[in-house]
Design a protein around this ligand. Sequence first.
Ligand code: GSH
Length: 196
Amino acid sequence: MKLYHCQHSRSLRVVWLAQEMGLDLEVHGLEFPPRAKEPDYFDVNPTATIPALVGDGVALFESIAILEFLAHRHGPTSLVVSPDEPDWPNYLQFLHMGEATLLPPLAQIVRYRMLETKERRLPQDIFIDRLQHVTARLKEHEFLAGERFTLADISTGYALHLADFLRLGEQMTPEASAYVQRMRSRPAFQRAFEIK
Ligand SMILES: N[C@@H](CCC(=O)N[C@@H](CS)C(=O)NCC(=O)O)C(=O)O
C-alpha cells in the first residue's frame, strides 16, 4: 500500500509502525504543506492532510485509524492491547490522547510558529498542562499501557517527539523528556525518521 508522508508530520507514526512490524509500505514523500505545495494531492485526500494510506480498495486519512488498520490487518501483534487485558482502557486512552488531546495545541504551534508570521505566535501552555497526565503515568511505568511498547506509545510518543522538535523540551518534566529519548532510541523509530 502507498503511504503519503511528510517528514515531521503525523505520518511519522505510520512509518514508525511499519518499521516496528517490518511492513513493506511504499512511502511517497510530499512537500509540506501539501495543501499549498502539492495541488494534485487533493485527488488522493480531499482534506489534503497527511498521512494518507491508499491501496487494496482502502483510503484512510486519520493517523490513528491507520495504525489500528495496519496492526490488525497484519497482526496479531503485541503492539495492540486486547480487551481481555487489564490495561486495555488505559491503552485506549493514550492511543487516542496522542492525537485528540495533545496534537491540537502543537498543530497550532506549527501553524503560528512555522507557517504564520512571528507576530502571530500562540502560547504553548495548554500543551504543557496536558502533559501532566502523561507524566503521572511515566512516574510509575516505562510504557504508557500494557507494560510493553504498544500503539499507545506510537501515538503519544510521536506527540512528545514533535513537542521536543518544536523546542518545548525545556518545559517538559524529566519523565516526559526521558520518555522522548527512549522512544527516539528505538531502532524502528530511527529508521522511520530517516525515511523521506
Ligand atoms: N487527525 C488527522 C490530522 C491530520 C493533519 O492535520 N495532518 C497535518 C500534518 S501532521 C497536516 O496535514 N497539516 C496541513 C494542513 O492541514 O493543510 C490525523 O491524525 O491524521
